[in-house]
Unconditional design. Structure first.
Length: 94
């Protein structure tokens, strides 16, 4: 980013971004780095396993994260998930 300053028409704007990044705390980088790593992993899964397996992995991940939440799922949330899943299945079939 710093190397692009001489080629930028708005060097001041890039300098503001650099100041913003320099003022960040290390703990603020955790979600940024985890999202970046997640994107790389999704790309690798798609490349090696294909989009269908990626879809199943995504659904399984959502299910695991929902079950890991404190308090679990209510009956209304479970019913809503079943109805939504059935609607997507019917829509995908026809």
């Amino acid at each position: 980013l710093a190397l692009s300053l001489p080629f930028s028409g708005d060097g001041g704007g890039v300098a503001e971004v650099l100041d913003f990044v320099a003022s960040m705390k290390p703990t603020q980088m955790i979600p940024i780095l985890s999202q970046a790593c997640g994107g790389i992993i999704v790309g690798l899964v798609t490349k090696h396993a294909g989009s269908v397996k990626k879809g199943f992995a995504l659904i399984f991940g959502i299910l695991v994260s929902a079950l890991a939440q404190p308090g679990g799922l209510t009956d209304q949330q479970r019913l809503g998930g079943i109805v939504a899943g059935l609607a997507m299945g019917v829509y995908g079939t026809f």
